[in-house]
Design a binder for this molecule. Structure first.
Ligand SMILES: NC(=O)c1ccc[n+]([C@@H]2O[C@H](COP(=O)([O-])OP(=O)(O)OC[C@H]3O[C@@H](n4cnc5c(N)ncnc54)[C@H](OP(=O)(O)O)[C@@H]3O)[C@@H](O)[C@H]2O)c1
Length: 276
C-alpha cells in the first residue's frame, strides 16, 4: 500500500482541497459512519456528502469519533434543489451544519442549477453571505453547464471555487473544463468510476494489467493526471484503501491517449439542462 500523501489543489480563494476525497452518495446513514470511519483511517481527509443523501449525520458521527483534528478535514455538503432561494438556503445550511455536528464546512455547493426554477442566482448570493460570515470556507456549484456559469459570473460577485460534475473516461467534459480553466474554476469529478460501468473496458483492463493495478486505480490515476479533483465512493474497505493507493505509479502518454479515446458522451446521471 502506498503511503504517498494525497496532493492538495489550491482553489481560486487560496483554500486547499485534497485532490482525492471520499464520496458517500447512496450510502444509508447508518452505514455511512463505518464507511467514512474506514476512509479516515485509511488516510482520506476530504469527504463529500449532500443534504439529499440523508447521511450528513452519519458523516458527522464518523468525523467526531475519528480523532482527526477539524483543521485537517475538508468537508463538502450541498444544498438540495427544493431549498433554492435566499431564506431557504440559509435555513438549509443551518440544518446541514447541525446534522454534521460542525461549526463550519469547507465547501458548500449548489447541487443542481435546476434552470426552470430560475433561483440559482439568489441561492448563490445567500451562499456569498455564508462565506462572508465564515460559516463555509469556500462556495461553489455542481452540475453547472457553461451557460449557467456564464450567467452566475455575470450577476454575482464571487467566482465559484469549483464545479462538481459527472466526469469519467466515457464523459470527459472537454468544453466545460476549458471554460473552467479560463475562469479559474477547478473541476471536480462525480461518479469518477462511472459507478463501475467502465471497469471492464478492454483498453482500461489492458493498461491495468501492464501496470499491475486494478481498472479502478487506472481510471483514478487518469483523473489525477488530468488535474481533476476526484471523490470515488465505496462501502467496501478493501476498495476504499485501493482507491487511495494511486500515487505510486503513473500512466504513460500512450495510456492517457488510449483513455482519451473512450469519450463517448455517456451520462450515467441526469442532464443538468433538464433536471428541475
Ligand atoms: N453532485 C452530484 O450531482 C453528484 C452525483 C453523483 C455522485 N456525486 C458524488 O460523487 C461520488 C462518487 O460518485 P458515485 O458514488 O456516483 O460513483 P463512483 O465513485 O464512480 O462509483 C461507485 C461504485 O463503484 C464501486 N467501486 C468503488 N471502488 C471500486 C473499485 N476499486 N473496484 C471496483 N468497484 C469499485 C462502488 O462499489 P461498492 O461501494 O459496493 O464498493 C460503487 O458501486 C458520490 O459518492 C457523491 O459524493 C455527486
Amino acid at each position: 500500500m502506498s503511503t504517498t500523501p494525497v496532493p492538495n489543489v489550491t482553489l481560486n480563494n487560496g483554500v486547499t482541497i485534497p485532490q482525492l476525497g471520499f464520496g458517500v452518495f447512496q450510502v444509508p446513514d447508518e452505514e455511512t459512519t463505518a464507511a467514512v470511519g474506514t476512509a479516515l483511517e485509511s488516510g482520506y481527509r476530504s469527504i463529500d456528502t449532500a443534504a439529499v443523501y440523508g447521511n450528513e449525520a452519519g458523516v458527522g458521527r464518523a468525523l467526531a469519533s475519528s480523532g482527526v483534528p477539524r483543521e485537517e478535514l475538508f468537508v463538502t455538503t450541498k444544498l438540495w434543489n427544493d431549498d433554492q432561494g435566499c431564506d431557504a438556503t440559509l435555513a438549509a445550511f443551518d440544518a446541514s451544519l447541525e446534522k454534521l455536528g460542525l461549526e463550519y464546512v469547507d465547501l458548500y455547493l449548489i447541487h443542481w442549477p435546476t434552470p426552470a426554477r430560475d433561483r440559482y442566482l439568489d441561492t448563490y448570493r445567500a451562499m456569498e453571505k455564508l462565506l462572508a460570515d465564515g460559516r463555509t470556507r469556500a462556495i461553489g456549484v455542481s452540475n453547472f453547464q457553461p451557460a449557467h456559469l456564464r450567467r452566475l459570473l455575470d450577476h454575482t460577485g464571487i467566482v465559484p471555487v469549483l464545479n462538481q460534475v459527472e466526469l469519467h473516461p466515457g464523459l470527459q467534459q472537454r468544453e466545460l473544463r476549458a471554460f473552467h480553466a479560463e475562469h479559474g474554476i477547478a473541476t471536480e469529478a462525480w461518479s469518477p468510476l462511472a459507478q463501475g460501468a467502465l471497469l471492464k473496458d478492454e483498453a482500461i483492463a489492458g493498461i491495468a494489467e501492464r501496470h499491475g493495478k486494478t481498472p479502478a486505480q487506472v481510471v483514478l490515476r487518469w483523473h489525477l493526471q488530468e488535474g481533476t479533483i476526484v471523490i470515488p465512493k465505496s462501502v467496501t474497505p478493501e476498495r476504499i484503501r485501493q482507491n487511495l493507493d494511486v500515487f505510486g505509479f503513473a500512466l504513460t502518454q500512450a495510456d492517457m491517449d488510449a483513455v482519451a479515446a473512450l469519450d463517448s458522451g455517456m451520462r450515467t446521471g441526469p442532464d443538468p439542462d433538464t433536471l428541475n
